[in-house]
Ligand binder design. Structure first.
Ligand code: MTE
Length: 313
C-alpha cells in the first residue's frame, strides 16, 4: 500500500469515477467479511454487474439480533448443491450467475424473458431484516437486500385468470451437482397464491448484509416469504409463471402428507415426524417458542381468515 500525503484534501473518490470507487469499496468490504473463511468468492462477478447502490431501510424489519454473516452464508439448504448444510458454501461457486435471465410467462398481458439487469433496473433496493424459520426447526435473522415481488409482478400485467404464481430454479446438473441425484423432482418449484405474492412483506432478494447474494444463498435472485417455512423461499429463480390453478411444489410432490401448499409457520400444526412448537435460533443454545406466522400475524393473518389451517397446512 502506498500512502499519498493528503495535500489538497483529495480522497480516492475525487480521483476515481464514483461507480468504480463504490464498487471497489464494496469489493473491499466483501473481502473483509470473507477473511478467514474458506468460502469461495464466486459471487464477486455478479457484484461487478449489479450495483446494489445504497439500499434504504425498508419496512417490517425486526430489531432482533442478526445471525452472524458466517452462519447465514455457511449453514444453508440448497439441495442442488448437496443435502449437507455445508455443501452449498462448498460447491455453489460452480454456479454461473452472469449472464442470467428470467422468463415471466403464463396469465399476463406482457410475457417476456429479460436479462437480470433489465428485470432489476426499475426497482430501488431496500434492506429488510427478516426472521427465517426453516421447517427443520432452526431459524435465523437475515438482513436481506431486495424489493417487493408485487412491484415486479405488476409490470407484466397479470390477467384476471392469474390466481397463483409459480417459481422455478435453474435446472443445470453440470453446474448443480445435486441435480444428478433424484432427491427431488428437479427443477425446484414453488408457488404462492396471488394475494400472498402481492403482499408487501414478500420480497425478491438480490443481496444480504449489504452485499450481492452469495451463490449459496440463492444468487442472483431468490424469493423471501418470511411468514412461511424457509423452503417456500426458492433460490436462483429463472422462471415466474402466472397460473389459474394451484402449482404443485417440489416438496408437495416429494411428500404430500408432510408439505402442503401454504406452509405457513404454525406452532400448532406439527410436521408428521416432529413438533413445530419450538425452534433453535442459530447461535443460541436454548430453544425459543415458534410464533404463529413466524411473528408476522399482524400483517398476514387476514389473508387466511376463515380457512382451516390444519387442512390447508
Ligand atoms: N431453493 C432451492 N432452489 N433449493 C433448495 O434446496 N432450500 C429451501 C429454500 N430455498 C432450497 C431453496 C430451504 S429448505 C430453506 S430453509 C431456505 O432456502 C434456506 O435459505 P438460506 O440457505 O439462504 O438460509
Amino acid at each position: 500500500m502506498v500512502w499519498i500525503k493528503n495535500g489538497g484534501g483529495l480522497t480516492a473518490s475525487d480521483v476515481t469515477p464514483e461507480a468504480v470507487y463504490r464498487q471497489r469499496r464494496r469489493f473491499m468490504q466483501a473481502g473483509a467479511a470473507m477473511l478467514g473463511s474458506a468460502l469461495a468468492t464466486s459471487w464477486l462477478p455478479a457484484e461487478a454487474r449489479v450495483s446494489l447502490g445504497e439500499p434504504k431501510p425498508g419496512p417490517f424489519s425486526t430489531d432482533e439480533d442478526k445471525t452472524p454473516f458466517d452462519d447465514v452464508t455457511g449453514y444453508n439448504n440448497f439441495y442442488e448443491f448437496g443435502t449437507g448444510k455445508r455443501d452449498p458454501a462448498r460447491y455453489a461457486d460452480r454456479l454461473r450467475t452472469d449472464p442470467w435471465s428470467v422468463a415471466i410467462e403464463g396469465e399476463c398481458e406482457k410475457p417476456s424473458t429479460l436479462a437480470l439487469e433489465d428485470l432489476l433496473k426499475p426497482h430501488a433496493f431496500e434492506e429488510r431484516i427478516y426472521r427465517l424459520r426453516c421447517v427443520e426447526g432452526w431459524s435465523m435473522v437475515i438482513p436481506w437486500i431486495g424489493f417487493p415481488l408485487g412491484d415486479l409482478l405488476k409490470r407484466f400485467q397479470p390477467t384476471s385468470k392469474a390466481k397463483y404464481v409459480e417459481f422455478q430454479t435453474l435446472y443445470d446438473p453440470k453446474q448443480m451437482p445435486g441435480q444428478r441425484r433424484a432427491v427431488l423432482d428437479w427443477p425446484y418449484v414453488e408457488g404462492l397464491r396471488m394475494d400472498e405474492a402481492l403482499h408487501p412483506l414478500t420480497i425478491l432478494a438480490v443481496g444480504l448484509y449489504g452485499q450481492v447474494l452469495p451463490n449459496q444463498n440463492g444468487a442472483p435472485l431468490r424469493l423471501v416469504v418470511p411468514w412461511k417455512y424457509g423452503f417456500k423461499s426458492i433460490k436462483s429463480i429463472v422462471r415466474i409463471r402466472f397460473r389459474e390453478t394451484q402449482p404443485t411444489s417440489s416438496w408437495m410432490k416429494a411428500a404430500p402428507r408432510e408439505y402442503g401448499f401454504y406452509s405457513n409457520v404454525n406452532p400448532d400444526v406439527p410436521h408428521p415426524r416432529w413438533s413445530q412448537k419450538r425452534e433453535r435460533r442459530i447461535g443460541e443454545f436454548r430453544k425459543r417458542r415458534t410464533l404463529m406466522f413466524n411473528g408476522y400475524g399482524e400483517q398476514v393473518a387476514s389473508l387466511y381468515a376463515g380457512m382451516d389451517l390444519r387442512k390447508y397446512f
